[in-house]
Design a protein around this ligand. Sequence first.
Ligand SMILES: [Ca+2]
Ligand SMILES: [Ca+2]
Ligand SMILES: [Ca+2]
Length: 624
Amino acid sequence: MCIVAISVCVCTVAQTSAPEILNVDPPSWWTRSSNNPLRLMIRGRNLKGAQVQIIGEGVRLAGVPKVNERGTYIFVDASIATDARPGERKLKITTPKGSTQAVFEVLGPLNRQGRFQGFSPADVLYLIMIDRFSDGDLANNEPLQSRGIYDRNNKFYYHGGDLQGVIDRLPYLKDLGITAIWLTPWYDNYDHPNEIELKEGKPSTGFHGYNPQDFYAVEEHFGSFAKLRELVDAAHRVGIKVIQDEVVNHTGPYHPWVNDPPTPTWFNGTKEHHLKNVFQTWVLHDPRPVAELKRETMEGWFLDFLPDLNQHDPEVARYLIQNTLWWIATTGTDGIRMDTWQYVPNNFWRDWNLAVKKDFPNFKVVGEVKDGDVVHTSFFQGGRARFDGLDSGLDSLLDFPLFYPIRHAFAEGMQLDEVPKTLAKDYLYNNPDTLVTLLGGHDDGRFMSERGATIAGLKLANAFVLTTRGVPQLYYGDEIAMTGPDEPTTRGDFPGGFPDDARNAFSSEGRNKDEQDLFDYIRRLTHLHSELEPLKSGALINLYVSSQQYAYARTTKGSSVVVVFNNDNHPASMEFDVSPAGLRNGAMLHDRLGVSKDVVVSSGNISISLPERSVSVFVWRAGQ
Ligand SMILES: [Ca+2]
Ligand SMILES: [Ca+2]
Ligand SMILES: [Ca+2]
């Protein structure tokens, strides 16, 4: 008995001392990447003193592996030969106590045809919250139930929407005129109730995807990596691009890094001792910022439990850049919507954007800077260096400075001229035409829940977003006038997307008269946007502004579209000069929305009478 006990004891000590590999980031890489050598980060246990070998041809390790103080991470460079054969290789870790192996995979690069396309003002974007749109695979709800994080009656729990659900609805999106979908993050999130982030006093979940626990995995309740690939390919086949939602400012509260950071400076602060974000965002564009305020805003934890990544640590920067490249290259996506852009330093963004554009030159990125001030927001657009001497390289921003006037005018019925007054500040942007315009999103209450909102107002707001400059973005469910006054309720389930729903609003039979009327109206607008070149690439020219009327043209050579709004609760008549839009006497304008009769330019002007709360979209073409 005694001898057996000793032998077990010895054996246990040997096992706990032997090296173990928990994961390898990135798990795979492709040949002919400009990011070569690749920086591997191996997470494990008992890694002190480790030697690293790679078994198999075409991959060579370079330099001396670096092991962190606790022996839980190894950093090592791997070079991949141009002609390396795709397939698995073995990483072998050896310490004086033993050895272990893990898989690393070499991939062939994806065919570029129809991938990495970017997005432009010719597109119509549609934001989908994966968990709340459509449940296409009931089997992946069962683990949610057994883990106690599925409850369709709890607005902070998973509701079962998934990647298969999005695939199933591609015909619906195509019919609506959508050309690009922005999906909320599909990173793997934690699989248990979140006891750290209480909502209304109770645990929440990571259904929204913004609290990753693994940057290299797909949330299993949404589907697998293979399912994601299937989705991107299926979308591309029907002419719909895919935009990934990424986060690099912070991790989720349950990421393994939180209790075991790979380097001492991986995070800004620790779980126990860190700055709180003071959100003094104005100092970020201040050429003479108070250093402490800037530091508290950049390095403070966005929420007290979201660990702020330190992009000044070269290992962190390298990890995040490679992670972005990996998602693009292995899935074939077309763009990124980047969360919490302003809280990440510009020198990191410069390097990150250069790396992305080097291998994917057409790829496009839109940053989230949640702010209504053009002076502040415009600071973050790339294409020029600011006082800090840095060009972030950022293509586009979500146009929140325009979002608020849109809501005020078209939902609340406040003055419409707030809209052109905001557009008048466009000169502050390096490129206003690439901004992503929106009337709704997942962080704000829905349009229809604003005080004073009506279907008529929502139609006007859609007509504006789909005819002004920029890249129009719609929010799932706004096309059927879904309601929800605040952040959790704005993320409601799309009716018909879930088992046992009382009706299916994805089909016309399941929509009521108002919803169908609105859906048809938005569909007509998206199809006009697709058909009329000036709405995609035309210059924006203001023609008439009063407190509740606004007219503008979008013009290209030989073609003009004139859009006229009446936001008043009574009819209005206007007469204005259309020569700035290149329209001459005798030119005939035809309203494609069917509100106004044809009008003819006379003495350089057109005269329009519009019913209350209405809009006309007039088309003129040279030679007509
Ligand atoms: Ca599901
Ligand atoms: Ca998960
Ligand atoms: Ca930060």
